[in-house]
Design a protein around this ligand. Structure first.
Ligand code: ATP
Ligand code: MG
Length: 418
């Protein structure tokens, strides 16, 4: 057999080898759903009747990893650049005691394995050899009707695992599925218990909700599902009152052409969660430092660029050349009418040549020191002053800059210029 060239071929090979060894094997879950929706699957998962030890023996210990051995999940390694494929033994979950994970699992068959999954659209199998969908849960009909429905008793399914509350909103939003009424009612009645889920997992779901094109719908569904009070309590009263700030947030989310974690969260929070509380939220949700700093910068600078029309050029220039400027400009465009003077000015300034938008500094700190200009605690304000005057077109050479530096220092109030 030739080495597989795509993830899909590799997933087919894995099924074939399991079948040839006498086991049942199917593609399972997300990849089946995505394929039926015409979306290229991110990854392929295989479910099988083979026990974990049998999977390892079949593919070889050196080509497998027992990553989720307690759940019966074996990772089958591929040749580069393909990703490993997770092969999970059909199972039935035991009792859920911690609101997140089953205490134990028992190996079973495909039908039981389908019923342990969360939503009907996620409970499908596909036989890639016969090219047939295997549906024990009515997932095909729900996909066709574009409905997100819990498998079995919705209340019970959310009692077992509280992460499913957020997954319900994420899947409904990102796949444009309507939450089936009993499923929605169960989410609403259980929503406060989502706080049993770790901040990190909540953060991971929120990240996916705000970065997806459906982010405005995602925010609306979080509110409708009553998930805001437990996860973003600062937003809940605004959403409940459907006030102007909430509506503006939805419009921003809708209008943003794309979003990073930082710009998506800034679009959602603006006007309702300020920079300092945003940092608390970010830490609670275990955002990375980079995401947190960028979101804080965007929240702080958005009101500044909204006034770009009347900002001194050096002040605006520093925002426009910042690493976060593209995200800031997208937020600005999503916040103002297209003919707003501030938006128009930013567009015009950004169209400058690179040398005019961000000219190299005429003098550096080293240049000043080499010319005997020290300045002590005035040193960095001095550099800033020189940069401002350069950007304003008032300084054009090193000599002019050095002269301006000496003059400015002489005008400073204290004698401490060493
Ligand atoms: P995506 O990877 O895009 O988030 P997915 O459907 O592949 O979507 P995963 O989290 O990778 O989601 O899980 C794979 C499958 O495992 C799901 O399709 C679902 O059948 C099952 N599953 C995952 N998490 C849960 C859960 N918390 N409760 C029940 N079943 C789950
Ligand atoms: Mg997946």
């Amino acid at each position: 057999m030739d080495a597989p060239v795509s993830q899909r071929e590799f997933a087919l090979d894995v099924v074939r080898r399991l079948r040839d060894a006498g086991h049942d094997a199917l593609w399972a879950g997300g990849c089946v759903r995505d394929q039926l929706l015409g979306i290229p699957p991110k990854d392929y998962d295989v479910a099988t009747s083979a026990r974990p030890e049998q999977v390892r023996e079949l593919f070889g210990h050196r080509r497998t990893l027992a990553i989720g051995a307690s759940f019966g999940v074996i990772s089958v390694l591929a040749r580069k650049p393909l990703d490993p494929i997770e092969v999970a033994t059909f199972r039935t979950d035991g009792m859920y005691l911690d609101g997140r994970r089953p205490e134990s699992v028992a190996f079973s068959d495909a039908r039981h394995d389908a019923h342990r999954r969360d939503f009907t659209v996620n409970g499908l199998f596909f036989d890639p050899i016969a090219e047939e969908v295997v549906d024990y849960v009515g997932g095909v009909a729900d996909l066709e009707a574009r409905v997100l429905r819990a498998i079995g008793d919705p209340q019970q399914r959310f009692v077992e695992d509280k992460l499913r509350l957020l997954r319900a909103v994420r899947f409904a939003a990102t796949y444009s599925l309507a939450l089936e009424p009993a499923t929605l009612a169960a989410v609403q009645s259980m929503a406060s218990q989502v706080s049993q889920v770790s901040g990190e997992r909540i953060g991971a779901e929120l990240r996916r909700i705000v970065t997806h094109a459906s982010r405005a719908l995602g925010a609306r569904l979080l509110a409708q599902a009553e998930l805001l009070p437990p996860i973003l309590p600062e937003l809940a009263p605004h959403a409940a009152a459907n006030d102007a700030l909430w509506q503006a947030a939805l419009l921003r989310l809708e209008t943003l052409p794309k979003a990073t974690v930082a710009s998506g969260l800034a679009a959602l929070f603006y006007g309702m969660i300020d920079v300092a509380p945003m940092r608390d939220v970010g830490r609670r949700l275990k955002l990375s430092n980079k995401e947190l700093e960028r979101a804080a910068w965007l929240l702080a600078q958005l009101p500044v660029v909204m006034e770009a029309a009347s900002l001194p050029w050096p002040r605006l220039q520093r925002l426009l050349v910042h690493e976060g400027a593209p995200e800031l400009m997208e937020l600005l465009a999503a916040s103002l009418p297209a003919d707003d003077a501030s938006l128009v000015r930013c567009g015009a300034e950004l169209a400058r040549s690179p040398e005019s938008l961000n000219p190299p500094p005429l003098v550096t700190g080293d240049d000043l020191l080499r010319n005997g200009i020290r300045g002590g605690r005035h040193f960095s304000p001095l550099l800033e002053y020189l940069r401002d005057r350069q950007l304003d077109g008032e300084l054009a050479s090193v000599e002019e800059s050095l002269a301006a530096a000496r003059k400015w220092l002489a005008e400073q109030p204290t004698g401490d210029q060493r």
